[in-house]
Design a binder for this molecule. Structure first.
Ligand SMILES: Nc1nc2c(ncn2[C@@H]2O[C@H](COP(=O)(O)OP(=O)(O)OP(=O)(O)O)[C@@H](O)[C@H]2O)c(=O)[nH]1
Ligand SMILES: [Mg+2]
Length: 233
């Protein structure tokens, strides 16, 4: 057995894997935002069904009156999430773009980000100056993370229905996202999830990085997330 450059052990017949570690972003960061020249781009990632689109819808409803917003959604084979946002009228249609990744969702937000960058550019060209662009990743696993060449800040959404172990399991979304959202707290009693355990483990994983608990059923304006975004402005 020999360790590869990530410290993983390999047997004699296995070749070490060489793709970049998800914690290491190969893309150069965008110029610092806050210059007033372009929108703050916020990536929203997290496992399938954790409530990313519901959060995007809540944020649009809560902020579209006073901020210039646009949304890019990513789905693998459909435009399901963009269709949901359109059906629910959370933003005018011209402010929503759908990217069909056709591949693992993390590829389109981390490795080949061109389709997402094109969508953002089209929005900015057609709408003029914007304050915030939300980019929702397709649902993925705990290793998913956005390229810093695509977004300025990253929100990672997990939910309590997956069990209170999820923050403890770590991964770059949980450990390094600028904001961790633990959603669906209304379901905690139904699935036996202990929110205090999730809070303790999230703090242990994230240090000083913020974590908020949310139930979009009980708080449809996603107040703590909205406040965090407004704090970036
Ligand atoms: N009970 C409860 N249900 C929620 C909450 N937030 C979202 N949901 C429901 O969870 C389901 C999945 O939500 P979505 O917003 O589609 O999740 P998603 O992360 O965008 O899913 P993918 O894009 O498919 O990965 C929907 O039926 C939502 O109505 C919540 O706080 N509480
Ligand atoms: Mg979605």
């Amino acid at each position: 057995m020999h360790p590869d450059d990530h410290g993983h052990e390999h047997g004699p017949d296995e070749t070490p894997h060489t793709h970049p570690h998800p914690d290491v972003d190969p893309h150069a960061p965008l110029a610092e935002s806050g210059t007033g020249q372009r929108a703050v781009r916020i990536g929203i990632g997290g496992p399938v069904g954790s409530g990313k689109t519901a959060l995007v819808a809540a944020l649009c409803r809560a902020m579209a009156d006073d901020l210039r917003l646009a949304v890019v959604t990513n789905d693998i084979y459909t435009t399901e999430d963009a269709d949901f946002l359109l059906r629910n009228g959370v933003l005018p249609a011209e402010r929503i773009r759908a990217v069909e990744t056709g591949c693992c969702p993390h590829t389109a937000i981390r490795d080949d980000i061109s389709a997402n960058l094109d969508a953002i550019e089209e929005l900015e060209d057609s709408l003029g100056p914007l304050d915030v662009i939300l980019v929702e990743s397709g649902g993925d696993n705990l290793t998913a993370t956005f390229s810093k060449g695509l977004i300025d800040k990253q929100i990672f959404v997990v939910d309590v229905a997956g069990g209170d172990k999820v923050p403890r399991k770590g991964g770059p979304g949980v450990t390094a996202a600028d904001l961790l959202v633990i959603n669906k707290t209304d379901l905690a009693p139904l699935v036996g999830a202990d929110l205090a355990v999730m809070d303790r483990d999230a703090t242990a994983r994230r240090g000083a990085l913020p974590t908020v608990f949310l139930s979009l059923v009980e708080d449809p304006s996603a107040k703590p997330v909205q406040e965090w975004i407004r704090g970036l402005m």
